[in-house]
Design a protein around this ligand. Structure first.
Ligand code: CP
Ligand code: NVA
Length: 300
């Protein structure tokens, strides 16, 4: 049985196969083909943080696959009242076929996976967001072909998305520049263990030169709301606007996992320009996660 807690749980070959499969599942879905490999199967979805894309994509994907999904919030479960993760894992996994978790502490999904009798998917923790990277890689491939050997620049916070980009650089073989304000760098151990060309910068202009893809994310992630004002000051020079995009390679693309704050990490102009492929990126959450769910189901 396999879990998907970070991209490093999968080999480069498996990830490539997953992206190819996501593109095929998208084609089948658009053609109206009914494909139900998870008929009568159930995905439990544990959400300790808010979500639009993740919830809708997993839930819709399970229905399209002939199964169903159960939304579990801490307000309604005993997990939210302090029932141990290990006990909850044994019980929930005894009744469903797969579990998806969005929470704060990454260690919670690891503990859940340790006690689970079914595959566990990390749908965002404070440290990683691997499902988003599946969609991002699919989207890049659809627009430009293989990302291997290309240069990607991450602009902004060294957060969960940034960490998953570091893992992706390792697994998909691209070069990664990371531009953050001082003090907001990604975790040094995650950078150190990546088998990839990773360069850290404290200014955007030097980082984006020669880039094929520019990616950013919110300045204050979920759980950091009280730091919003402080971060607006720290990140003031880290907005992706047209002048930043102009420094990148011709044909460079822009991505953002969303939700976006126009006027903060990205200008309204860049968000809504043709080089921005954020809507395809969001839609691909559906197709990429269907490929993931199918893979985990077949590899049980
Ligand atoms: N990108 C992403 O994970 O979006 P949601 O928070 O809406 O799920
Ligand atoms: N870094 C953001 C991503 C949201 C999808 C957060 O954790 O809030």
């Amino acid at each position: 049985m396999r879990h998907f807690l970070t991209l490093k749980d999968f080999t480069p070959e498996e990830l490539k196969q997953l992206i190819d499969r996501a593109i095929e599942l998208k084609r089948m879905h658009k053609a109206g083909e009914v494909y139900e490999p998870l008929k009568n199967k159930v995905l439990a979805m544990i959400f300790d943080k808010s979500s639009t894309r993740t919830r809708v994509s997993f839930e819709a994907g399970m229905v399209q696959f002939g199964g169903g999904a159960i939304f579990l919030s801490p307000n309604d479960t005993q997990l939210g009242r302090g029932e141990p993760v290990e006990d909850s894992s044994r019980v929930i996994s005894s009744m469903v076929d797969m579990v998806m978790i969005r929470t704060f502490d990454h260690n919670m999904v690891e503990r859940f996976a340790d006690y689970s009798s079914v595959p566990v998917i990390n749908a965002l923790t404070d440290d990683y967001h691997p499902c988003q990277l599946l969609a991002d890689m699919q989207t890049y491939v659809e627009h430009r072909g293989s990302i291997e050997g290309k240069t990607v620049t991450w602009v902004g916070d060294g957060n969960n998305m940034c960490h998953s980009y570091i893992n992706a650089a390792d697994r998909f073989g691209f070069n990664l520049n990371i531009a953050t304000p001082e003090g907001y760098e990604p975790r040094a151990d995650i950078v150190a263990e990546a088998d990839a060309e990773i360069a850290l910068f404290n200014d955007v202009a030097s980082a984006v030169k020669g880039s094929d893809l520019i990616v950013t994310d919110v300045w204050a992630s979920m759980g950091q709301e009280e730091e919003q004002k402080k971060r607006e000051t720290a990140f003031a020079d880290f907005q992706v606007d047209s002048s930043v995009m102009a420094l990148a390679n011709d044909g460079a693309l822009f991505m953002h996992c969303l939700p976006a704050h126009r006027g903060e990490e990205v200008s309204a102009e860049v968000m809504d320009n043709p080089e921005s492929i954020v809507w395809d990126e969001a839609e691909n959450r559906l197709h990429a996660q269907k490929a993931l769910v199918e893979f985990l189901h077949l590899n049980r």
